[in-house]
Write a protein that binds this ligand. Structure first.
Ligand code: C2E
Ligand code: MG
Ligand code: MG
Ligand code: MG
Length: 284
């Protein structure tokens, strides 16, 4: 039956269903091929400045065009890549692709920051600084437009090493953001020793803003802390106008989420940004 066939076809390309009956060993095997076969692609999600109503950045998010399984999201493979060490070549590819793209944007006077996720293994690999230095030089990137996102839990793995590396990166001029802030176990005592330029409040807090007074209080407290420390703050996972209104009125700096756009392909992103700047007047 044609109908059954199309149903099978649908299931075959549904990443959620598939991840359940794909073994880690299969994914590991396919990851080797993925790098050689150029099966990865970076998608970009815009970052909104809540004060000026302008897009001021993009977060690069990896997607895997698996030849048999369709598009796979990082949730399906990043952890395995991390465990097997495959994250190192993947992470290098991500950084290089993001820097290449940033260079293209800077040539076209698209003035936005590029956020790149760095995993723990990549962070502690021993050559992150060298990699970043080489890329910033090679692609003539204004260092502060490159922002590395690292989770608190990662930083707390080896605090001394992490503090040193962050200071070196900060001296190079690149931005450092703590990702998924609020979900880890970092203590304020350690956190203030890092030369952090940005915090990103985890989506789980934003999700409950409209329904939970407690979540609103937590978000307000984090905003106040960030302001006191002179760190800019991004709310992740903003999906509704209501959430945006609360964040704006609480003086949260930046927002990211499906309310604006999911992560999209590079050409769509260029169009998206262009469209927006055509229609929204810049405040002076
Ligand atoms: P993250 O860095 O916290 O990225 C934000 C995630 O939230 C992305 O999921 C994004 O698509 C999703 N998101 C954004 N706005 C919304 C929203 O309004 N609602 C909901 N429900 N979700 C939203 P994605 O792309 O699946 O990535 C998941 C995680 O995988 C990332 O979390 C990051 O930790 C990791 N990741 C993604 N790309 C890379 C990469 O290139 N390298 C490394 N090491 N990790 C990556
Ligand atoms: Mg991130
Ligand atoms: Mg995040
Ligand atoms: Mg998150």
């Amino acid at each position: 039956h044609a109908k059954n066939k199309s149903e099978m076809h649908y299931q075959f390309f549904n990443a959620d269903l598939l991840s359940e009956f794909t073994t880690n060993a299969e994914i590991e095997r396919d990851l080797h091929q993925a790098i050689r076969g150029r099966e990865f692609e970076l998608y970009y999600q815009p970052l909104m400045d809540l004060k000026t109503n302008q897009y001021i950045g993009a977060e690069a998010l990896i997607r895997w065009h698996h030849p048999k399984k369709g598009v796979l999201y990082p949730g399906a493979f990043i952890e395995i890549a991390e465990q097997t060490g495959m994250i190192n070549p993947i992470g290098e590819w991500v950084l290089e692709s993001a820097c290449k793209q940033l260079n293209l944007w800077q040539h076209k006077d698209v003035n936005i920051a590029m956020h790149v996720n760095v995993s723990a293994r990549q962070f502690f690999s021993g050559n992150l600084y060298e990699q970043v230095w080489r890329l910033v030089t090679r692609y003539r990137i204004k260092p502060k437009t490159l922002v590395l996102e690292i989770t608190e839990t990662e930083l707390m793995g080896d605090i001394r090493y992490a503090i040193n590396l962050c200071h070196e990166l900060a001296e190079l001029g690149v931005g450092l953001a703590i990702d998924d802030f609020g979900t880890g176990y970092s203590s304020m005592k350690y956190l203030k020793q890092f030369p952090i330029s940005k915090l990103k409040i985890d989506r789980s807090f934003i999700m409950d803003i409209s329904s939970s007074r407690e979540s609103r209080e937590i978000v307000s407290a984090i905003i106040a802390m960030a302001n006191a420390l002179n760190i800019s703050l991004t709310a992740e996972g903003v999906e509704t106008k209501e959430q945006e209104a609360f964040l704006s009125s609480s003086a949260c700096h930046h927002a990211q989420g499906y309310l604006y756009s999911p992560a999209i392909r590079v050409n769509d992103f260029a169009q998206f940004i262009e469209h927006h700047t055509t229609w929204v007047p810049v405040e002076h």
